[in-house]
Design a protein around this ligand. Structure first.
Ligand SMILES: NC(=O)c1ccc[n+]([C@@H]2O[C@H](COP(=O)([O-])OP(=O)(O)OC[C@H]3O[C@@H](n4cnc5c(N)ncnc54)[C@H](OP(=O)(O)O)[C@@H]3O)[C@@H](O)[C@H]2O)c1
Length: 281
């Protein structure tokens, strides 16, 4: 998204060379908005349809925003009505959006989303970003927390993908699993439950890729390090560490690599991306 804004500013400058120097801020904003609309019209993603889970916060929200700037028609899924409404407001400036306020751990709640998508008859991109983490040593960890992480981080993306595969196959679409470095290796204590769910998600994505590539569907997993989102802020609080979001990956960084990968021509598939903060704390 940062790159999009930079490009938008360049285009705005090209349209009116002195515009950024002008004191009238509204004029600048008008030009940036105009330039964003040009990107939106010319992007190879423009007009595609996407579902983004976890769109009410953090990484899911940043991906939804980045896709909207490319003219992608969005279904955004989240649980908190007020933060989901904030995402809708931001996304609506650039593209069409339908929101689904759903607790994904309750299977019946999916039906309105599935009915909507089947009515539209098209799905090109499915982004799984909803996730939870519960961090505790095994001697204190609750089995209920393990079940919640399994349901949210593994069962939900599996079930949604399974149900939406026919639409994705018809569109020769793309599926993105937002995973974690804990899905590749676990080198710190207290994340056994979370790491197990993210390892499971990796297994599902890797196997699925082999199944659906012949149908033209691409599968990308993104393995993230610590990213400045409400989830990470809560972890820092729990760890009693000072939260310095500027030292972490930004949700927009993640959104940017996801969008770049989605834009590749269908002759190429990016299977895995590992991204971590530049500063090591
Ligand atoms: N932040 C990091 O450092 C980091 C690192 C590695 C991997 N990840 C992964 O990145 C993904 C996004 O995390 P984030 O950092 O953006 O966290 P976040 O800011 O806490 O966002 C999590 C999102 O998941 C949604 N969600 C959780 N449980 C849900 C449920 N039962 N039903 C519907 N939606 C639900 C939340 O919805 P509501 O807020 O509306 O409840 C929210 O939109 C997760 O899969 C996480 O495991 C994050």
């Amino acid at each position: 998204m940062k790159r999009d804004i930079a490009l938008a500013r360049k285009l705005a400058q090209a349209a009116s060379p002195n515009v950024l120097a002008q004191k009238n801020n509204l004029r600048v904003i008008d030009n940036v908005k105009w330039a964003s609309e040009q990107i939106n019209k010319t992007s190879c993603l423009a007009g595609l349809g996407a579902v983004v889970t976890g769109a009410s916060s953090g990484i899911g929200r940043a991906i939804a925003l980045a896709l909207s700037r490319h003219g992608v028609q969005l279904c955004v899924v989240g649980r908190d009505p007020s933060t989901l409404a904030e995402t809708v407001k931001a996304v609506r400036q650039f593209s069409n959006v339908t929101s689904f306020q759903i607790d994904l751990t309750i299977q019946d709640n999916f039906q309105p989303l599935f009915r909507h998508l089947e009515g539209v008859g098209r799905l090109d991109i499915l982004i799984h970003s909803a996730g939870v983490i519960c961090q505790n040593p095994m001697e204190r960890a609750r089995i209920e927390d393990f079940d919640l992480q399994y349901t949210t981080n593994v069962r939900v993306p599996y079930m949604m993908t399974q149900r939406l595969l026919p639409l994705l196959a018809a569109a020769r679409g793309q599926i993105v699993f937002i995973n974690s470095s804990a899905g590749l290796f676990v080198k710190r204590p207290e994340v056994g439950q979370y790491g197990a769910t993210k390892h499971a998600l990796k297994a599902i994505a890797d196997s699925l890729r082999e199944e659906v590539n012949p149908k033209g569907i691409r599968v990308l997993t993104v393995y993230l390090g610590r990213t400045a989102t409400p989830m990470q802020e809560a972890l820092y609080r729990q760890e009693k560490k000072v939260y310095r979001p500027d030292r972490l990956l930004q949700p927009e960084d993640v959104a940017s690599v996801v969008v770049q990968a989605l834009m590749l021509p269908p002759t190429a598939e990016v299977t895995d991306i590992s991204i971590r903060p530049m500063l090591k704390t």
